[in-house]
Design a protein around this ligand. Sequence first.
Ligand code: KG4
Ligand code: ZN
Length: 376
Amino acid sequence: MRLLAIETSCDETAAAVVAETGDAVRPWEIRSSIVASQAAIHREWGGVVPELASRQHVRDICGVFEAALADAAVTLEEIGAVAVTQGPGLVGSLLVGVAFAKALAWSRGIPVVPVHHLAGHIESLTLAHGELPMPAAVLVVSGGHTSLYLIPEPGQYRLIGRTRDDAAGEAYDKVAKLLGLGYPGGPAIDRVARTGNDRAIEFPAARLTHADRNAPRATADGLLPADIARRIDFSFSGLKTAVLRLVRERTGSPPAGKAAAADSTGAVLPASEIADICASFQRVVVEALLDRTFEAARWLGAQSVGIAGGVSANSRLRADAAARGARHGIPVFIPPIALSTDNAAMIGAAGLRRFRSAGAGSWDFNAEASLALELR
Ligand code: KG4
Ligand code: ZN
């Protein structure tokens, strides 16, 4: 079967055609994947403006859909089902995709399949590399989420760790903004950090093992001992504040709550200092992500580690993850960059997985800004 997938959860309008292969190890292949990014529109505002995002999705979706069919060289009659991101995300943006997908499927008399955005990121791994050795520990690290899942078998997603405050991508975007590096911040910091000294500044690493942070909370099905489960939660807001404090000190304390004033180039500090801050910030983020992921993998006896989501495009995260995998003797899987950041092909993969295990969605599902992180 060929499935058409739609993704509009944030600021990318995306459509893809994904086909089943009949091969159990590599179950799907991408026939086309079109992404229209709105980054240029939101850059002016320093971040995604939800109302502008929804309007742009409305403008772009028909063209993106047509391009996906044309690129795959298929007609609408050859599409057997439509998958769409139901949530989580910006509700106005999600609604455009959900309404489009339902109308399309209804008019063609074919099934519509709602997909959890994070299931899409997780399935980008299988789409790119084939089924992972199970059980797999998968880190989903994006602008909206930093969550660690155990995949005991294909299609089952058990949440075992998550951020207590900011997502890692959000921290990248906020730090880039206060350094005057623009939006989106992740790729900018990644680039600038290459010329910096990652030991120039000792930013605090988030430690969550303090007694006062150890309030008991339920673990996913008792999958991990409680003390370990608490240790593998993430936190990035303290790090972000530390960068803000440093920038204020070095630029001469602008008013509380405001980023330092940028010069005409947009930079707040000399380029070499910015590079050192970026490299030092990035080292702490990457270490926090990998420490917890590999610790969880070890405790859970995972046979593989997967890293997906927009931040998995980060060059240092990719390199360090591969090095750790080699050291720990555990294979590490990361999607190619086009499948790391938001795209519809991954939604197609998760949609086919779900369609084959649970069938079509009902016609009355709605866009959901927040959907439980715990997927079953
Ligand atoms: O998965 P994604 O495209 O959208 C969400 O679901 O949130 O992730 C976007 C996030 C943004 O925060 C962006 O700054 C970050 O991924 N990102 C990166 C890189 N490329 C994108 N972060 C670090 N390094 C990168 N190279
Ligand atoms: Zn995403």
